[in-house]
Write a protein that binds this ligand. Structure first.
Ligand code: ADP
Length: 261
């Protein structure tokens, strides 16, 4: 009996599997006395189908990194790519289209429209873009974030956690290449926060999405596959398969170093 022949497994270099990539990315705000180097030559990849958390003290550059990667802010030097697209090569219209089609956003504030139902909020960005949602995908997303019974509710009829789940479903609805979440649990109690983080993780593990999340909470970061640490506009460290304890430990080490240096 001959063994079945299998096609050779394609070898992917790490960069092939990057949903987004920063290379030598710098961002400077202001001039002269008010000049601030918010990002100082940052290079990193956000792996496709991975959940990455960005952590660091207040003012370390986390939001700037996210905004530059998401095309919400221009870069001063270096490059920011989503998939194979170099953001600085795009004009405003192309950038708007890329943000709409390839990027999902979840913010601390839920940013839902109060007069629309949950379902209408979820599909609004696609309606504005003149695109019909893929019904099977939409059903999967709504099922994953546990909103099936609440699609006709308006935001005021939903708890904070449910509203944020609507926002997560809205971010997922167009099957974006990557989802950026900025302190997504900042306005939630810990139980609702855990639920939302669980859904973000499910969207990676079960739906194959890519999520990048800024957080200051070690328990939230523990939902990610990887944590990158930022300080003074630079990457300082990373943890793979983090736990709340290992993240907290690493933060304590930074604090201790900060006090002795
Ligand atoms: P984090 O998200 O980690 O709190 P930020 O990315 O918001 O940090 O800020 C990094 C640095 O850049 C800080 O020193 C902040 O004051 C500065 N900064 C951020 N945005 C602006 C801006 N629009 N104008 C001037 N300085 C800014």
């Amino acid at each position: 009996m001959s063994l079945p022949t299998t096609a050779p497994v394609p070898v992917h270099s790490p960069s092939d599997s990057a949903a987004a990539r920063a290379t030598g990315l710098s961002k400077v705000y202001g001039e002269g006395e008010t000049r601030v180097i918010a990002l100082d030559s940052v290079s990193l990849e956000f792996g496709r189908g991975r959940f990455t958390a960005i952590m660091g003290p207040s003012g370390s550059g986390k939001s700037t990194l996210m905004h530059c990667m998401a095309g919400l802010d221009s870069v001063s030097a270096g490059s920011a790519r989503i998939g194979d697209t170099e953001l600085s090569s795009l004009n405003d219209r192309q950038l708007t289209r890329l943000r709409r089609d390839s990027i999902g956003f979840v913010f601390q504030a839920f940013n839902l429209l109060p007069t629309l139902t949950a379902l209408e909020n979820i599909t609004l960005p696609m309606a504005i873009a003149g695109r019909r949602p893929d019904q099977r995908w939409l059903d999967t997303v709504v099922g994953t974030v546990g909103l099936s019974g609440r699609l006709n509710h308006r935001p005021a009829q939903l708890s904070g956690g449910q509203q944020q789940r609507v926002a997560v479903a809205r971010a997922l609805a167009s099957r974006p290449e990557i989802i950026f979440a900025d302190e997504p649990t900042g306005n939630l109690d810990s139980r609702s926060g855990s639920e939302v983080l669980g859904f973000l993780r499910d969207s990676v593990r079960e739906l194959g999405r890519t999520v990048v999340m800024v957080t200051h909470d070690p328990a939230a970061a523990a939902y990610a596959d990887r944590v990158v640490f930022v300080a003074d506009g630079r990457l300082t460290d990373e943890l793979i398969a983090p736990t709340a304890e290992s993240v907290l430990d690493r933060m304590r080490q930074f604090d201790a170093k900060g006090r002795t240096s």
